[in-house]
Design a binder for this molecule. Structure first.
Ligand code: ADP
Ligand code: MG
Length: 674
């Protein structure tokens, strides 16, 4: 008798050669085959009239062959069969390629079922290589993703054999199935492959989607708990009154909540591993400063690492300002400081004369030592790899870590993308933030836009023009930005001070340029997306985005976040001539809201999770059946069940939970090897 974990090679009908093909598809066991779900179904009950059938979509037609079957040999190795079919509402021409066996069975004047995609025109519809069945056939057929040497039919046969030869173990506890109205595993697997009726297929799908998201989240819960030894840094009894009184503003509710969540972690005896997500301008730095203050009041050092020198310096200045007169010693460490300066900072760090340090990745160079590093914060984390983050943490003994990200991720996905982090969200802007007016126009407005920009520049304000990078043979070309800069500086903007910023510049030159922009020495910055993660220039109030269709929604939002940071009202103008529905939709969203989370949700809906998951720091298994967007409610429900289950059986030691545990370990090993 086979078991689910038997090597696929030993399933009847497989053999060595097929086993190789199957294993290439990741089907290495009988169980993996049963979990290889059809990519579509051919529902022979779900008929469409030829007249009403959409083009380029699979449809099932019931029609009569109304002409003789015409055979022509187009090449030595290719025979075409052509005939017309009609169902009373319309006609279509069917073409079969080399399907002698099938073609010879067909009879003019008889009715058949045809499954395939129509194309051609409304007066001359075509149906190429459809699946053809006797008209009496009823049922739903699975269609598997096929590859050379492994047809859908072969897979179907093998799955049937597998179903007959193994007993499946239930992965979901009965109580969870009951509460969520889910069928058992046997019914689910049988019906995902061979449903008799739609309703059974839907019940099977419902259960398997739930199961997939349930196992994923259980695995992530384990992941979160792993590597969490003890932390010697207990940060407790923190009274923030003094810190808050020292600020020139009061913290927003969302900032306070994030700070309190982090403080609770840091007093727990276990190392914090938290992400603060907040839109640009939501005030993450102040939250970070509050935590660094708390750490130093408990006698521990803390470090704030930023991806660029300017950001690091800006953080340093902010920290100095926010902790002024509070008895906290701040420091800065960046690569461009002189050796002497660096050395003095390093020795101060080592003997504990600096409490709070801001810096770039210079902080993680080998010769930097801390006295007692208790809290590590990285800003704009998507610029750092996990390894870099880990390296800074390794300078302390299990210090608390906090990651700050300004890239809003849809809430449901955040759970998964940052599976190993607890998440706090700052979803509220400080009061008095200026609104950004957003306009979307086509290129016929260009001259008007230039005049409009000049109006702001003449009032002493500054602005950005953003150009997309052009992708040529996988290298990103900056020429358009360079040419555009040249053109503007000799023509429309020859009386203004222009700057050019792009990704191919040396970090040092970028830094110098940004510094002079921040100092107001440049009026208008022509830039590629490198300004996405940039600095605060409150005097910059206008942004024009060229070829807006080339940017993703979240990217447009990030760019726009560079303006509206001061006391002036700001304007963002998106230029695009594209009329594609996708672009029109995106621009509609960007115009209608400034809320990064709403935009992220819309992005997820428009483009699917790929773009978000593409940024992930650790590989997640591909979803076989669940869709992280359309199944987000199930994701949520499954998450709740995971929580409850792990509370009652944290290590899944009970017998009932053994199969689930096994599945999680399977997933776990995948995550680890990625
Ligand atoms: P983020 O890093 O989240 O983009 P910052 O921390 O740079 O945002 O804050 C943006 C600006 O808002 C800064 O000038 C900061 O001083 C200010 N700020 C932060 N929190 C508040 C608040 N609660 N009330 C008023 N202004 C605030
Ligand atoms: Mg910031």
């Amino acid at each position: 008798m086979l078991t689910a974990s038997t090597d696929i090679q030993f399933l009847k009908g497989v053999g060595e050669k097929r086993a190789v093909l199957l294993k290439k598809k990741g089907i290495d066991t009988v169980d993996a085959l049963l979990r290889y779900y059809p990519r579509a179904y051919l529902d022979w009950n779900d008929l469409t009239a030829i007249a009403a059938a959409p083009f380029f979509e699979n449809v099932c037609l019931k029609a009569e062959i109304i002409t003789p079957i015409e055979t022509s040999r187009v090449r030595a190795d290719m025979i075409l069969y052509k005939f017309l079919i009609s169902d009373g509402t319309g006609q279509a021409q069917v073409t079969l390629f080399n399907q002698n066996f099938l073609a010879e069975k067909l009879r003019t004047g008889r009715e058949y079922l045809f499954y395939g995609k129509l194309d051609g025109s409304f007066v001359y519809k075509r149906l190429n290589s459809p699946v053809i069945m006797e008209a009496l056939f009823k049922g739903i057929e699975p269609i598997y993703p096929a590859t050379r040497g492994l047809s859908s039919k072969t897979l179907e046969k093998l799955v049937k054999t597998a179903l007959d030869s193994v007993v499946l173990s239930e992965t979901l506890p009965e109580s969870i199935r009951k509460r969520n109205g889910l069928c058992d595993i046997k019914f689910a697997i049988e019906n995902i492959h061979f449903p008799l009726v739609r309703e059974n297929l839907e019940r099977a799908q419902k259960r398997l989607v739930f199961e997939e998201l349930f196992i994923l989240q259980s695995g992530l819960s384990f992941l979160k708990k792993r590597n969490r030894g003890k932390s010697g840094f207990i940060i407790k009894n923190v009274d923030l009154t003094e810190f808050e009184n020292n600020l020139s503003f009061s913290l927003t509710g969302a900032q306070k909540r994030a700070v309190n969540e982090a403080l609770a972690d840091m007093s727990s005896g276990k190392p914090m591993n938290r992400l603060i997500q907040g839109d640009v301008g939501s005030g993450k730095t102040a939250a970070a400063a509050a935590l660094m203050y708390a750490a130093s009041k408990n006698g521990f050092q803390s470090a704030l690492m930023a991806p660029t020198e300017i950001l690091a310096e800006q953080h340093y200045q902010t920290l100095c300002r926010m902790t002024e007169n509070l008895g906290i010693r701040c420091g800065l460490l960046t690569g461009s400081m002189s050796k002497k300066e660096k050395n003095s900072v390093k020795s101060a760090l080592k003997i504990g004369e600096i409490d709070v340090i801001a810096g770039t990745h210079a902080l993680i160079s080998d010769d930097v030592e801390f006295n007692n590093l208790g809290l590590v914060i990285t800003d704009e984390q998507h610029r750092f790899g996990v390894a870099q983050r880990g390296k800074l943490s390794a300078k302390g003994k299990n210090p608390h870590t906090l990651v700050m990200s300004a890239t809003p991720i849809p809430r449901t996905l955040g759970l998964i993308i940052y599976g190993d982090l607890d998440i706090s969200i700052i979803d509220e802007y400080p009061k008095g933030r200026q609104k950004i007016e957003t306009y979307c126009v086509d290129t016929s407005y260009r001259q008007r836009i230039y005049r409009y920009i000049k109006k702001f520049l003449d009032e002493g304000r500054q602005g950005y023009i953003v150009c997309p990078l052009v992708e040529e043979n996988e290298t990103l070309d900056v020429t358009p930005a360079v040419e555009y800069y040249e053109a503007l500086s000799h023509n429309e903007f020859k009386d203004y001070k222009l700057g050019l910023l792009h990704g191919k510049m040396k970090p040092k030159d970028k830094d110098t340029l940004m510094r002079s922009f921040a100092a107001g020495e440049i009026d208008l910055l022509i830039a590629t997306t490198v300004i996405e993660v940039g600095i605060d220039v409150p005097n910059a109030v206008i942004m024009v985005v060229e070829n807006a269709e080339r940017f993703g929604l979240s990217q447009l939002h990030q760019l726009r976040g560079r303006i509206g940071r001061g006391r002036y009202e700001s304007t963002c103008i998106m230029i695009s001539d594209s009329k594609s529905p996708d672009t029109v939709n995106r621009l509609k969203v960007i115009k209608s809201t400034n809320d990064g989370f709403k935009i992220a949700d819309a992005d997820l809906e428009l483009r699917g999770p790929g773009d978000f998951l593409g940024d992930r720091q650790h590989g997640l298994p591909d979803m076989k059946i669940a869709d992280l967007f359309s199944d987000r409610q199930v994701l949520h429900n499954a998450g709740k069940e995971v929580e409850m289950l792990l509370e009652s059986d944290p290590n899944l030691k009970s017998e009932e939970n053994a199969p689930l545990r096994k599945e999680i370990i399977k997933l776990y090993s995948k995550l680890n090897s990625n």
